[in-house]
Design a protein around this ligand. Structure first.
Ligand code: ADP
Ligand code: MG
Ligand code: MG
Length: 251
């Protein structure tokens, strides 16, 4: 599904990613871990197509096609979802109405008619029940006064409704309390299937106690320096990132 080849990228002349190689197949969950400032968020931004980052070498293929020249919006339409793509606060626009509009905009861009209201309602009901999201939440104004956990709930609901092929969840280093951890991990676990793939980016080993990844990659200073199975997350929890750095230094 996703193939990253020798990717180097940076911002304002600063090199951040320094030759990343990564393959993600449908049905897989990959975790990317690493110390603060190692380039995790930059990697997710480059995959999703945020314009401020400059790619200096390499390529990103999605379903065998380079996506580097495509706008973030077009990538999203192809099925690439980045968490917090829609962090805006919109008073008076509910969680539900926002996602309805987003879905119909994507359909319009693909030359399709609006989703029939009855189908939309059915989908909202299905997904909200699956994720145990109550109706009251769905009628709240988008992001207005949301707690950390509620922001996560909204994000996972958006992901469930948009049904992306590739979801990238960049769990930033703050605000992941137990409630938020549970919401994100339950959501991912319920939404994972043989047809989609998930990349979970986190500084925290703890998240991976809840979302069990198929592969774990450690990013240090813009390079993937170690890859392994889920046991690598446990090893990191025990020994910390300094262990990986020391191993690297020792060659
Ligand atoms: P992580 O998500 O692993 O904490 P980031 O990708 O956010 O790392 O950042 C990697 C490095 O790039 C850091 O040194 C950070 O300061 C720098 N960086 C990221 N975004 C910007 C930006 N917009 N302007 C300048 N430097 C940036
Ligand atoms: Mg950071
Ligand atoms: Mg980050």
């Amino acid at each position: 599904m996703l193939e990253i080849k020798n990717l180097s990228a940076g911002i304002e002349g600063k090199d951040i990613l320094k030759g990343i190689n990564l393959k993600v197949n449908a049905g897989e969950v990959h975790a990317i871990m690493g110390p603060n400032g190692s380039g995790k968020s930059t990697l997710s931004s480059v995959i999703a197509g945020k314009e401020e980052y400059e790619v200096s070498a390499g390529d990103v293929l999605f379903e065998d096609e380079s996506i580097l020249d495509l706008d973030a919006e077009v990538r999203a339409h192809k099925g690439v979802f980045l968490s917090f793509q829609y962090p805006v606060e919109i008073p008076g626009v509910s969680v539900t109405n926002f996602i309805k509009t987003a879905i119909n905009q994507i359909r319009k861009a693909k030359g399709l008619e609006d989703m029939p209201a009855s189908d939309m309602l059915k989908m909202i009901k299905e997904k909200s029940e699956l994720l145990e999201i109550d109706r009251k939440f769905l009628s709240r104004s988008l992001n207005e006064g949301f707690s950390g956990g509620e922001k996560k709930r909204n994000e996972i609901f958006q992901m469930a409704m948009l049904e992306p092929k590739l979801a990238i969840l960049d769990e930033t280093d703050s605000g992941l309390d137990i409630d938020a951890l549970r919401i994100v991990s339950n959501g991912v676990n319920k939404l994972r299937s043989k047809d989609n793939a998930v990349i979970v980016i986190t500084h925290y080993q703890r998240l991976l106690d809840y979302i069990v990844p198929d592969f774990v990659h450690v990013l240090v200073d813009g390079k993937i320096v170690k890859s392994g199975g889920k046991e690598l997350a446990l090893e990191l929890e025990e020994k910390g990132y300094d262990w990986v750095k020391a191993e690297l230094a020792a060659g």
